[in-house]
Design a protein around this ligand. Structure first.
Ligand code: 1CP
Length: 361
């Protein structure tokens, strides 16, 4: 554990720990904001580096990962940094070959198709298999020097299984969903292996210096409520329980498309539930009954709007949450690569200046 890990009832440095305070539903002077995919292509500084190095090289080079992780802190003034990495490094560490195709995205050369393929997957030893991630975390913490906290992350077992079975992003994930109904035992075997690997990976991130963890269950919304409850939620619960046993950091769960199941998500053990824009944030707050913090939920497309409209949209998220602690402002999903940086900066400034709905008390 690092010295800056915050305990739920510990006083914090108000300049640097606003985000962590909000995770624990403590009063804050203004609503903290960060944005999913904030380290990315909408920043000219990111594009400049990306024109020199391919995506996977950037991930695997701690100096480059450090630089792009800190860019949005310097350039747009967010209240937390998120490690520049990718959820797909875990399947790669388990032995799958990952390639990045320009203009298309990450692709696995040989997607999992049989029990034999699943049996071949190796257990993950984070320090040996992913040393560049831990080194990046150490360098980022040193370079941030306490300015804002650093969030580590991983994909949920279900979301990683989706990419490993399908081979790449997909609109229907038909191969994955066929396995769910036609060969559920295979899927369960894979989810079990992933649960162990992800739990170890996240624990190693915290040991290296990550001060909060987000679990990206980006494809959680593909499942029925019952299937979510049976296949996905228990794996997330196991990961969070392990983290809470061994590390004092808040855990954020982002199950995209599952706003109707916040009651189930509360059983995950997460300190913060991140919601997409399809649920009014006030309703999300009501459903979690002051037990956990809520992160969200501006529609990422609102960043295309002219500043006056963008402000109105941001205001409706802030006032939708209402007074009182426990809100972290974020987008409902990742930032689009072609939104104007000035709009992103204006959003951060607006949220910081909105003391009326500061959720301070
Ligand atoms: O420069 C480029 O072209 C690369 C684009 C890019 C970036 C900047 C990818 C490819 N990954 C990332 C970084 C990344 N990925 C971060 C960094 C920290 C941040 O700024 O937030 C994080 C947290 C992720 C997580 C991630 N990777 C998720 C979960 C979040 C989400 O958006 O739902 C997923 C699904 C991935 C897979 C992935 N990596 C990259 C792409 C284009 C995709 C999606 C593939 C697809 O579904 O088609």
């Amino acid at each position: 554990m690092t010295s800056s890990n915050l305990q739920p009832d510990e006083p914090v440095n108000p300049q640097t720990d606003i985000f962590l305070r909000a995770c624990y539903r403590q009063p804050v002077p203004y609503t903290p904001i960060w944005m999913m995919r904030q380290a990315g292509r909408y920043l000219p500084e990111y594009r400049a580096l990306r024109s020199q190095y391919d995506f996977l090289t950037m991930l695997r080079t701690p100096e480059l990962a450090t630089e792009v992780t800190i860019q949005p802190v310097d350039i747009v003034g967010v209240d937390a940094a998120i490690l520049f990495c990718d959820i797909l490094v875990i399947p790669e560490a388990m032995g799958m070959e990952l390639r990045f195709i320009e203009k298309q995205g990450p692709v696995f050369t040989d997607p999992l198709r049989s029990e034999h393929d699943i049996d071949q997957l190796k257990p993950v030893a984070p320090q040996e298999d992913l040393p560049y991630v831990m080194e990046a975390i150490r360098q980022i913490r040193a370079q941030l020097a306490g300015r804002v906290p650093l969030i580590g992350f991983a994909g949920s077992p279900w979301t990683l299984a989706a990419y490993m079975i399908e081979g790449q992003g997909s609109s229907h994930f038909r191969t994955l969903r066929r396995m769910l109904y036609a060969e559920p035992a295979l899927l369960e075997k894979l989810l079990d292996k992933l649960t162990i690997a992800i739990a170890k990976f996240l624990q190693a991130q915290v040991e290296a210096g990550a001060q909060a963890i987000q679990i990206f269950d980006s494809w959680g919304g593909l499942l029925t409520r019952e299937a979510y409850q049976y296949y996905s939620l228990p794996t997330i619960q196991r990961i969070i329980a392990r983290l809470h046993r061994t590390a004092n950091v808040p855990v954020i769960l982002f199950s995209r498309g599952r706003g109707a199941d916040l009651d189930l998500q509360m059983d995950s053990g997460a300190d913060v539930l991140s919601v997409d824009w399809t649920i009014p944030i006030g309703k999300a707050r009501q459903q979690v009954k002051e037990q956990v913090a809520i992160q969200g939920n501006l529609d990422p497309a609102a960043l295309y709007a002219p500043p006056e409209i963008l402000q109105e949209e941001a205001k409706s998220v802030l006032s939708g949450y209402g007074d009182g602690p426990g809100h972290i402002f974020n987008l409902g999903h990742g930032i689009f690569p072609d939104v104007p940086v000035e709009h992103v900066q204006a959003l951060v400034e607006y949220v910081h200046n909105d003391r009326k709905n500061s959720h301070a008390n």
